[in-house]
Design a protein around this ligand. Sequence first.
Ligand code: NDP
Ligand code: 2IT
Length: 445
Amino acid sequence: MSYTEEIYDRVVAQNPGEPEFHQAVKEVLDSLKLVIDANEEKYRSVSLLERLVEPERIISFKVPWVDDNGKVQVNKGYRVQFNSAIGPYKGGLRFHPSVNQSILKFLGFEQIFKNSLTGLPIGGGKGGSNFDPKGKSDREVMAFCQSFMTELSKYIGADEDVPAGDIGVGGREIGYMYGQYKRLTGKYEGVLTGKGLNWGGSLVRTQATGYGLVYILDAMLKDHDISIADKTVVVSGSGNVAIYATEKVQQLGGKVVAMSDSNGYIYDANGINLDVVKDIKEIRRGRIKEYADEVPGAVYTEGKGIWSIKCDIALPCATQNELNLDDAKTLKANGCIAVAEGANMPTTREATDFLLAEGMKFLPGKASNAGGVGTSALEMCQNSMRRSWSFEEVDEMLQRMMNDIYAKISDAASRYGVEGNYVVGANIAGFEKVADAMMAQGTAL
Ligand code: NDP
Ligand code: 2IT
């Protein structure tokens, strides 16, 4: 049995009931087989893979808060500090009822390699809670965020661990948590990213994940002499990543015809009117269904099924495992040429393998959504320098970062004889820097 297979079996045995974590580890280890097999003794002798798959620390805590009826509610809170070989732990916080340790470990593990790909000095971490912000009043969200930060503040810091947003955590939640951190510690420091522009935030951070996704998609397509202009695009989700991916596709002349939320999806043959989506989602915190009530000709369909819409390019930007093998087959049959992941692990392993085997141009999330965390690292940089860059400056850095990531993953795939397989390329390129840092730092982590 190979070293990578041995480690996968060990992960399954030692982390029971964590299917998402197993899935993320398996994908990475399968990709790394090429690198590890060639240098097996070097890595085995220092148990590098055993160390790579074990989080440095998992903090799990109780989050009690009082709802609008005066009742005390209790949620679970977590921070997974996975790997600090190349920098302080960095990664988002997810507030969603589905959150559990398996999901946060998969996200924290992926974050190690993603953060490495950005070229910036950030380690891997992730956290969150099973709290559901949907339907809660502002006061309830604030009460929850303050309680969550009261515990989390003991474990984070501008040079230790810097959380940010993810599903269910946007500017509002970051604000409430930042205020509480400052109150508890007395420190005005870059401990969170995604802050408001008047209190330490960076221009372009709001747009960064979606814009970055389309920048790297554009780089990949250009490499194959294809342009985004006039392409029909389907974007799942209608949150932060989906909205700004749609905006950038539109700016580059592409046409987004569908978006979704967890209830259903809208189809607008004329191209999505993003102002309406922003108003529904960013201002009113409503449902995507309302789009069809407001835009003549648009159609709403309840349930999953967005991938049945014919498109040239598919951008899954909602959540993990939202695009399965049947969806992949439908996309292929409908003539889709490229899939780029805005979400983390939105494509199941079976679907990914099918798409790669069919020659689909496929960008994995840890490369294609890295613009968000990359711009978070630029926010940390500005906070440390006590200054702010212009929109144009940050946007240019983001574009360069995404072009560099494409070059890195494409080069790694070619070096290991799997040209065009950006899944393997991203895992290997992300791993190389982290493995080197871990080896250099001895057995400390
Ligand atoms: P938001 O909370 O802003 O939006 C999430 C969107 O996905 C909503 O439309 C939501 O619908 C939908 N969604 C969430 N969970 C589910 C589910 N279980 N089933 C179906 N639809 C669902 O989050 P983001 O846009 O920030 O995040 C989207 C994805 O991108 C996540 O995978 C996240 O990890 C990833 N990501 C985010 C980054 C960021 O900077 N924000 C950076 C890199 C990756 P509904 O409102 O109905 O729940
Ligand atoms: O998955 C991710 O990369 C994020 N949610 C962004 C993390 C960050 O620290 O900006």
